[in-house]
Every structure is written in structure tokens, then in C-alpha cells.
Design a protein. Structure first.
Length: 255
């Protein structure tokens, strides 16, 4: 019986895969390494695998305080090291005086190479250098093929120094008629309510890393909302209203 699935609506396929991997560990007593997961998937995996039957799941993102992390399902008595997660950190060097590279630029370049999002983790952009974690087995492929980002050339190499995840934002203050998802998408990305609704219904929108298709979905303070091809924002409720009784909020755009 798959009675546990009723607690994970919308994540049924992911949950079945996790349980299959858990059973494999129980049968063979050999750890199973998973791809990179977003925070929502990490939360689901933590709840589902738990620490039952002597099996548990550990996480590592290759970058300190990483959002995206790989999971390793293993027996509780196994001694797990960082090497077991098979993650490498790559550095992209570029002439910062002449080329500006953003998180979205690096993500786009990796996707352009045909790499699944599950194969690489957090991206950290600093002046003249961008870092990202990835599965170890694609390291050589990246060194041979990732030579340009946008119109700028880059040099890529593997690094071992500690990289810390940090996030920069561009903040604006706006007023919204309600906390409905379509209203927030419309205001944040300068779209009509009709356009915002169409994107939501077409599976272009995620809230807290989970796909949402209800236009009237009610958002909450600190929710993370992403619209494919447009970007990602964090909603900050200032708990104030204006003279027209609209809610005053801050929109934090991820850089």
C-alpha cells in the first residue's frame, strides 16, 4: 500500500523513486546517491526517508549553506564522508571589467549544454569569478565544452577551497490588491492579470520550489516565487496597507 502518498500530493513520482531507492539500500546494504534536489525536495526526502528501519538520508551541496544538495540514502551505521557525495566545485573566471555575468547567465549556459538541472547545484557569482557545484562525472565534460557565457569567454577549472552560498537581491516596494498568486506575478513582472494567469495555468510558476497551477493560490510572507524565463522573487509582507486598502509589500528580485 502507498498510503504515505496522501501526505505528498503533487510529489508522487518523486516519492515512489525515493522509496524504491530506500528498499534497494535495505536489500543490498549499499548507499544510494541521488541527484541535486531543491529545498522542497530535500524537505520531502527528509520526511519520507526519516530514520526508520536503520536507514537515513544525508545531504551535501558541495558549497557551504547550499540550497541545492545531493542526497545519500544509507544505513545508519555507515560512515559517510564528503567524498561519498561525488561533488566537485567549478570556478569560471572572466574579465569582470568588460563582461558582466549573472546567476541566470551561468544557469543558461549550463542548460544550453543539455545538462539536466539535477546535475548541478548552487551558483555563486562574485567579481571576476563564478562558482558552481556539480556532479563529479560531468566535470571533464564541462572543462571541454563550457568556454563561453553569453558573448564573453570564460576559463573553467576545478577548485577545492570553501565557497559559501550568498544571495544578493534587488528590492522594490509595491502595493497589491490581494495575496493571490496571479496578482503578485502580475505586479512583480509587469504582466497583465490575464498573462499572469496563463503562465500559472501553463505550469510556468513555482512557489517554494513546487509547481502551482491555481491562479487564486494565496501566497505568504517570505514565499519564494519563480516564473520561468522571467526570474525568481521573494515576497516580503510589510503588514501595512495604503489609503486604497491595498497591501504594501516588498519584492526581492534574485540577482
Amino acid at each position: 500500500m502507498e498510503h504515505y502518498l496522501e501526505h505528498f500530493s503533487g510529489d508522487e513520482l518523486f516519492c515512489r523513486h525515493l522509496m524504491d531507492m530506500k528498499e534497494r539500500v535495505l536489500e543490498r546494504y549499499v548507499p544510494v546517491l541521488l541527484d541535486f534536489m531543491n529545498p522542497h525536495e530535500i524537505a520531502v526526502a527528509s520526511k519520507l526517508i526519516g530514520k526508520n528501519n536503520g536507514v537515513e538520508i544525508s545531504f551535501n551541496g558541495g558549497i557551504k549553506d547550499a540550497e541545492m544538495q545531493r542526497g545519500l540514502i544509507h544505513m545508519r551505521d555507515d560512515k559517510i564522508t564528503e567524498e561519498d557525495f561525488k561533488i566537485v566545485v567549478m570556478a569560471l573566471s572572466y574579465p569582470g571589467k568588460f563582461v558582466k555575468i549573472s546567476h541566470r547567465d551561468v544557469l543558461g549556459a549550463l542548460m544550453h549544454l543539455g545538462l539536466k538541472r539535477e546535475l548541478y547545484g548552487d551558483i555563486v557569482v562574485e567579481e571576476n569569478t563564478a562558482y558552481f557545484a556539480c556532479a563529479k562525472h560531468i566535470g571533464d565534460y564541462l572543462k571541454a565544452n563550457l568556454t563561453h557565457i553569453g558573448k564573453g569567454s570564460v576559463r573553467i577549472k576545478q577548485v577545492t577551497k570553501e565557497i559559501v552560498h550568498h544571495q544578493d537581491y534587488r528590492q522594490i516596494q509595491v502595493s497589491i490588491p490581494s495575496f493571490r498568486l496571479d496578482a503578485i506575478i502580475s505586479e512583480a513582472f509587469h504582466l497583465s492579470r490575464k498573462e499572469a494567469s496563463q503562465y500559472i495555468l501553463s505550469n510556468f510558476v513555482k512557489v517554494n520550489y513546487k509547481e502551482v497551477v491555481q491562479t487564486n493560490y494565496l501566497c505568504h510572507n517570505m514565499d519564494i516565487i519563480s516564473l520561468r524565463k522571467y526570474g525568481r522573487i521573494k515576497l516580503v509582507d510589510l503588514e501595512k496597507t495604503n489609503r486604497k486598502d491595498k497591501h504594501i509589500v516588498e519584492i526581492w528580485f534574485y540577482k
